[in-house]
Design a protein around this ligand. Sequence first.
Ligand SMILES: NC(=O)c1ccc[n+]([C@@H]2O[C@H](COP(=O)([O-])OP(=O)(O)OC[C@H]3O[C@@H](n4cnc5c(N)ncnc54)[C@H](O)[C@@H]3O)[C@@H](O)[C@H]2O)c1
Length: 255
Amino acid sequence: MDELRGQAALVTGAGAGLGRAIAVEMARAGAQVAIVDVDEAAAGETVKLVQESGGTALAYRCDVGVRAEVDRTWDAVAADLGRLDIVVNNAGVSFVGPHIIDTTDEVWHQSIDVMQHGVFYGMRAAARHMLPQRSGSVVTISSIRGFSSNPGRIAYCAAKAAVIMMTRVAAAEWGRFGVRANAIAPGVQRTPMWEEDAARGAVDEPGVIRVCPAGRLGEPAEVGRLAVFLSSADAAYINGSCVTIDGGLTTVPVG
Ligand SMILES: NC(=O)c1ccc[n+]([C@@H]2O[C@H](COP(=O)([O-])OP(=O)(O)OC[C@H]3O[C@@H](n4cnc5c(N)ncnc54)[C@H](O)[C@@H]3O)[C@@H](O)[C@H]2O)c1
C-alpha cells in the first residue's frame, strides 16, 4: 500500500469523479497529491477527503486548456511539494448529443481545448520537470471512445483518440530518460459526468449494464488503483500503453 511513498503526484480534474478517486488512491499509496481543478471549491473538497484518510494534499485552481495556467501550476506544485514525480492528465468535459451536422464550433473547440490541448500542455510541462530528474510517470485518461466510436460525440472521440497517440510519442521520446507515459481508456464509470448525461437522457445506463460482460458500471476507485499501478515501480516496463478498463464492454459486438 505504500508503493508511491515519498513521491509527488499532480492530478488534473481532481475535484470530482475519476480525478478525485485517482487522487485519493495516489494518497493511499503514500504520495503527496496536488489537486488541480478549474473548480476551486471542488478541489478543496478533495483535499479534505484526502486529509481525512490521513494523506497529504494541496489544492490548485487551473484551467488545463490555458497554457500559461498549466505552466504556472506545474511549477508551483513542484516548488510546494519539492518535486514532481507523477502527472495524471484527467480533466475532461462531455457534450453528448448532436451529430456532426449540428455540432457547434463552441463544442468542438471547448472539447479539444480541454482534452487535447490541455493534455499537450500537461505533458510538456511534466517533461520539463521530469526529464532533467531522469524519472517520472505521466498517465493520461483517454476513453474507450478513443477507439470505439460514439455518435453524437465527434469532438470527444477525436480528442480521446489523439491522446492515445500523443502518449505513444511521449513514451518514445522519454523512455531513455527514465520517464514513462501511459494512457487509461475507461469504459463507463459512475461519476458526476456520467450521472449528468444519464439524468438528461443522453446515455442509456440500463442498456450499458445489459450489454457489459461485467454486468455493472465501473467504479472510479478501480481507475484510481490502475493509475497508481501504472505510476509504480511494478510497471517499470510498461511504456506507451493504453490500458482499457471497461468490464469487457468493447469486446461485445452490438447490433
Ligand atoms: N465517467 C466516465 O464514464 C468516463 C469514461 C471514460 C473516460 N472518462 C474521462 O475521465 C476523465 C474524468 O471524467 P469524470 O467522469 O470524472 O468527469 P467529471 O465531470 O465527473 O469530473 C471532471 C472534473 O474535471 C474538472 N475540469 C473540467 N474542465 C476542466 C479544465 N478545463 N481544467 C481543469 N479541470 C477541469 C471539473 O471541474 C471536474 O472536477 C475525463 O477526461 C473523461 O473524459 C470518463
